[in-house]
Design a protein around this ligand. Structure first.
Ligand code: Z5A
Length: 227
């Protein structure tokens, strides 16, 4: 059993939901226990907040309150679903996580970065993803994909925003990857679905192999010192 936490990030329509489903199938076929989830939401408490946030009901309260609501939803999600699944040795795949708050709430806002750090500490404690896959597509492609898929419902609070802002967010995700190359890997989401899935499957197999070797090394080391 390999306890491992993978988050997927990127703009809307970048293919996160599609690729999480494909990666879950790939890992389950290898015999792994996998939990898939998403933010905002993923637990009953967080799902109640998802509706408040995406309907736009909280928008007039300002970006700081919205950031707090995302953090409150995340704290419930981490405590009731993510941490228990990891402690049970499962692999958790999560559609968006704390990097989305960094990009969506803190980019272009005059919020104090100290607020962001405090909210992250409160929601995450010492939990960080082992791997973050950033699906990169130009905003024009992502927005168009989301628009086509949406034919039967009106755009939510974030889908209404203009393409230039979505493009700035894309650049902010790329900057996160540049700043944290160990944790964040950028995958070209403009490739066809199958090619993206193969690239992600190979990347995750590699990382899981390395994590198992490291865990084995640690247990052998502990065995030696325990003698
Ligand atoms: N938000 C925030 O502000 N702060 C936070 O802390 C968090 C979130 C956690 C949640 O929206 C919103 O909350 C989000 C940020 C904000 N808003 N925005 N923008 P959501 O959960 O409703 O949706 P989303 O996260 O933005 O994802 P999405 O729009 O559902 O897209 P996706 O999951 O990345 O893509 P998809 O559903 O897999 O694919 C979209 C379409 O493209 C679909 O028809 C696919 O069949 C198609 N597709 C997928 N892959 C391909 C390829 N490779 N080629 C062609 N077509 C493809």
């Amino acid at each position: 059993m390999t306890r491992y936490f993978i988050t997927f990030e990127g703009g809307e329509g970048s293919g996160k939901t599609t690729q999480i489903a494909r990666l879950a199938n790939h890992l389950r076929a290898e015999g792994q226990e996998v939990v898939t989830t998403r933010e905002p939401g993923g637990s009953p408490g967080a799902n109640a907040l998802r509706h408040v946030i995406l309907s736009g009901a909280a928008e007039r309260l300002g970006v700081e309150v919205e950031a707090m609501l995302f953090a409150a939803a995340r704290a419930d999600h981490v405590d009731t679903l993510i941490r228990p699944a990891l402690e049970a040795g499962k692999i958790v795949l999560c559609d968006r996580f704390h990097d989305s708050t960094r990009v969506y709430q803190f980019l272009d806002s005059d919020l104090d970065p100290g607020t962001m750090d405090a909210l992250e500490r409160a929601a995450l404690g010492d939990l960080l993803p082992n791997l973050t896959i950033i699906l990169d597509v130009p905003a024009s492609i992502g927005v168009e994909r989301a628009r086509q898929r949406r034919s039967d419902h009106s755009p939510d609070r974030f889908e209404k925003e203009d393409e230039a802002l979505h493009e700035r967010r894309r650049q902010a995700f790329l900057k996160l990857a540049e700043d944290m190359p160990e944790r964040c890997v950028v995958v070209d989401g403009t490739q066809d679905e199958e090619t993206v899935a193969e690239e992600i499957g190979a990347l995750v197999d590699d990382r899981l192999g390395a994590a198992r070797l490291e865990a084995l090394g640690q247990s052998l080391g502990a065995g030696k010192t325990g003698r």
